[in-house]
Design a protein around this ligand. Structure first.
Ligand code: LMR
Length: 398
């Protein structure tokens, strides 16, 4: 039965996650996976999350099934985060939100919806992109291509090249975009570039699919969602995959949401019903705990304010580490473009480390980075930064 299974590796992030867990060296440090750790190197239990969990447990509710699409307060809260309180689209009833199994689950259900509507379409992802995007859309039956994105020369986005490549896609193609905090590079489009891209996508008949897994880690919750809001205002149809793994530090709880924006309420009802059928056929109902916690936090003004504050503290801590890393590495290796780490946003940076240097970093210095050179700056803190800098220095010196 199983003999014909092709051997194929897991994607590099999960491969290194497994290798890291199996590594018995006491000084090992994981900068390969996107997990935020606090100043003490711990995955934080956010204050508002702890309070919400206490309240949830005290309620002592029975553990019955959750609605396929999640509860209404949860879905409304997700839409308010994406579109902004009081945004016109909230009352237009043309956006359907479904709770999902993390951001990956939102991408997966969204991909399955699109596979029903646009079988055989091309899906274009950024070069580079999150390791799982290509696999996920390929598994859903699409042909996946890449559009140019990152410029190693500037450490930013090569927007003209990106736009030219998108212009050449056939109408009806799906374009996967990172709303903020691009994973893996940390390089985001500017506000002006988004303002140009949104009408351009519409004009070309391209279907935007935004991945917003790091809302709040770039500039702030509102600014990071600006591309979603521009798309909503433009009146076009699009998809959004939200993740609350990072922003609520609830990784293992798998809380996310898929939002599909249709042209009118009738179309919204149709696509929502299709998405619900697809959920039913894959895992039936979403999980309760994490989403209940997120719902409690987002629907209680005091808890929400504290969450926004703590998310801001996480973001600022990462920014401090960026400045220190960029300054120190640039001073040691002025020709390697390390200063770009400072301007990059979110949890990741593309350091320009070669695969050989990343292997050396792991084998000789016990610091795990992806072999693409991606590091998770969100796992660097004042206690380990000198070690990280010396390790990168050592790996680069050869
Ligand atoms: C990452 O990019 O490291 C995270 O999004 C974790 C994952 O699932 O890959």
């Amino acid at each position: 039965l199983f003999a014909g299974i092709q051997d194929a590796p897991l994607d590099p992030i999960m491969r290194l996650f497994e290798a890291f867990n199996a590594d018995t060296r006491p000084g090992k440090l994981n900068l390969a996976i996107g997990v935020y750790t606090d100043a003490e190197g711990k995955v934080p239990r956010l204050r508002a999350v702890q309070e919400a969990e206490k309240r949830w447990i005290e309620k002592g509710l029975p553990k019955t099934y959750r609605p396929i699409e999640g509860t209404k307060p949860f879905r409304d809260a997700v839409q308010a985060l994406l579109f902004g309180d009081g945004a016109p689209i909230l009352s237009q009833n043309r956006a359907a939100t479904l709770q999902s199994v993390g951001g990956t689950g939102a991408l997966k259900i969204g991909a399955d919806v699109l596979a029903k509507l646009r079988p055989g379409a091309t899906v274009a992802v950024s070069d580079p992109t999150w390791e799982n995007h290509r696999a996920l859309f390929t598994q859903a039956g699409f042909t996946v291509t890449e559009y140019p994105y990152f410029s190693a020369d500037t450490g930013g986005v090569d927007y003209p090249a990106m736009r030219a490549a998108l212009a050449a896609l056939p109408a009806g193609s799906i374009v996967v975009l990172h709303a903020c905090c691009h994973n893996p590079t940390g390089a985001d489009l500017t506000a002006e570039e988004w303002a140009d891209l949104v009408p351009f996508l519409r004009e070309k008949g391209l279907i935007p699919f935004l991945d917003i897994a790091y809302q709040g880690f770039g500039i702030d919750l509102d600014a990071d969602a600006a591309p979603v809001r521009l798309l909503a205002e433009s009146g076009q149809e699009f998809f959004v995959a939200s993740s609350f793994s990072k922003s609520f530090s609830l990784y293992g709880e798998r809380v996310g949401a898929l939002t599909v924006v249709a042209s009118d309420p009738a179309m919204r009802a149709k696509v929502e019903a299709l998405a619900k059928r697809l959920v039913r056929w894959s895992y039936s109902n979403p999980v309760t705990h994490g989403a209940a916690i997120v719902e409690i936090v987002l629907t209680d003004p005091a808890l929400k304010a504290d969450w926004v504050k703590e998310l801001g503290e996480m973001r600022e801590r990462i920014k401090e580490m960026r400045v220190r890393m960029a300054d120190s590495l640039h001073q040691r290796h002025p020709d390697r473009g390390f200063e770009a780490i400072k301007a990059q946003k979110g949890m990741f940076s593309y350091t320009g480390l070669s695969p050989e240097e990343a292997v050396k970093l792991r084998e000789e210095h016990e610091v795990y980075a992806l072999e693409t050179g991606r590091i998770c700056v969100a796992a660097v803190n004042t206690h380990n930064i000198d070690r990280v800098l010396d390790a990168i220095d050592g790996a680069v010196k050869g």
